[in-house]
Design a protein around this ligand. Structure first.
Ligand SMILES: Cc1cc2nc3c(=O)[nH]c(=O)nc-3n(C[C@H](O)[C@H](O)[C@H](O)COP(=O)(O)O)c2cc1C
Ligand SMILES: C=C(O[C@@H]1CC(C(=O)O)=C[C@@H](OP(=O)(O)O)[C@H]1O)C(=O)O
Length: 393
């Protein structure tokens, strides 16, 4: 299974084409739209999210609510597009329109965004040509593709949920999330303004976002994704590019503004002896093999152990600041202090939804590489067979 995305932040639409989805699997458009709605939310988002009402149009690959096995095309319209047709260069200027204003090029790169290096690399002197595509607006259709993967995983008894554990130095009590089932976690985090499972920390996070916004600044944080119901042996130790943990790290790091990834105890492992890191192996007839603890976060040797996969990613503070940072105008080479019109003060909650979906995608892709999957029943049977084989091993 693979996918491509296309689309600019203020272009007419965003598109993804997904190839390799098994046939005969029911796809709910309501669930796809629910994922998009969650990505738009969370305390700290800017004005753009009030303009957009992200909704999916399925334009290929599905008939009577079921996948055909052919490529699936998903599209999301940018509602803001209608205000940008002149700036994006698709409509001639109206009579009396000020050309210099409409064609104004962006020559002032923002520190921490793709503007300057993207301009140098592709020889764009109008940095809008860079920022239109480097914008995290693109994560809309990455979430759409991941939402297809999530529905496929659901059919195999696998659930994926993402939530926030840290914002701006405020840490949620992670043991609260650990105590909950996936259903409870979904329920709890979906009612929380910053998508945590800890109401006390949540209040402090909201205050931290408001304080940063007031100061013209931005803050980052950490998101956690948990995958339950994994069959054993997804991914492989035999070749570097088939290692599941490596692929999860790649997926997490590919999200805009993500700068670090860890599984299980993660970086904390550096401070602990092996006896407090490795998970002891147990067996009983009902469960088969299991680990007493889950400090490694669900993989050994690049393969799923059957324990929940727990992966975290850190998001840096958003680079566009109301409080100006210094940069250099590429036309005049003069130092300027950047000021902006609109931006998110904190998008960590939204990013937890993106993380959930890119991880779901990666898990689904590795599963389809492991088991025969022309159609859903064949895949379900193969996954069940692996679960039984693992128990009887
Ligand atoms: C959900 C989400 C929303 C974001 N919103 C903004 C934003 O409003 N303004 C901004 O400058 N960056 C925003 N970013 C971050 C930039 O897209 C990102 O920093 C940029 O693409 C440069 O990539 P890098 O930070 O990975 O180097 C957002 C990221 C995510 C995941
Ligand atoms: C549009 C989204 O996020 C955008 C991500 C983003 C960036 O630079 O990454 C910058 C802002 O875009 P603009 O200033 O063009 O409105 C955010 O609103 C979205 O998440 O759907």
């Amino acid at each position: 299974m693979r996918y491509l995305t296309a689309g600019e932040s203020h272009g007419p639409q965003l598109t993804t084409i997904i190839e390799g989805v098994p046939a005969q699997f029911p796809l709910s458009i309501e669930k796809l739209n629910d994922s998009l709605r969650r990505r738009q939310g969370g305390h700290g988002r800017g004005r753009r999210m009030q303009i957009e009402k992200d909704l999916i149009a399925i334009t290929a690959g599905v008939r009577h609510g079921k996948s055909l096995g052919s490529p699936i095309c998903l599209q999301v319209t940018n509602d803001d597009w209608k205000h940008w047709t002149h700036i994006m260069g698709v409509e001639p200027l109206d009579e009396g329109m000020d050309e210099s204003e409409i064609k104004r090029q962006i020559s002032r790169p923002r520190p921490g965004h793709a503007d300057l290096v993207g301009g140098i690399k592709y020889q764009h002197r109008d940095l809008r040509n860079v920022l239109e595509r480097s914008s995290a607006r693109e994560t809309t259709v990455r979430v759409a593709a991941g939402a297809v993967a999530k529905q496929l995983l659901e059919q195999l008894g696998i659930q994926v949920i993402g939530y926030v554990t840290t914002i701006g130095g405020v840490h949620a009590d992670r043991s609260l999330a650990e105590k909950l089932t996936v259903e409870e976690l979904i329920e709890r985090t979906s009612q929380d303004p910053v998508y945590t499972a800890d109401p006390v920390a949540s209040e402090q996070m909201v205050a931290a976002i408001d304080a940063a916004k007031k100061a013209g600044d931005t803050i980052g944080g950490v998101v956690e994704v948990r995958v339950t119901g994994m069959p054993e042996g997804v991914g492989s130790y035999v070749h570097y590019d088939r290692k599941l943990d490596a692929r999860l790290a790649f997926a997490m790091m590919s999200i805009n503004a993500f700068k670090g990834v860890e599984l299980g105890l993660g970086f904390e492992m550096a401070n602990l002896p092996g006896s407090q890191v490795h998970d002891q192996i147990r067996y009983d007839e009902q469960h088969g093999y299991y680990r007493e603890t889950n400090r490694l976060g669900g993989t050994e040797g690049g393969m799923s152990t059957g324990m929940p996969i727990v992966v975290r990613g850190v998001m840096k503070p958003i680079p566009t600041l109301y409080k100006p940072l210094e940069s250099v105008d590429i036309e005049t080479k003069e130092v300027f202090k950047a000021s902006i019109e609109r931006s998110d003060a904190c998008a960590v909650p939204a990013a937890s939804v993106v993380a959930e979906h890119v991880i779901a995608w990666e898990i689904a892709q590795a599963i389809l590489e492991t088991f025969p999957s022309d159609h859903l029943a064949q895949l379900q049977e193969a996954v069940e067979k692996r679960r039984n084989e693992a128990k009887e091993f």
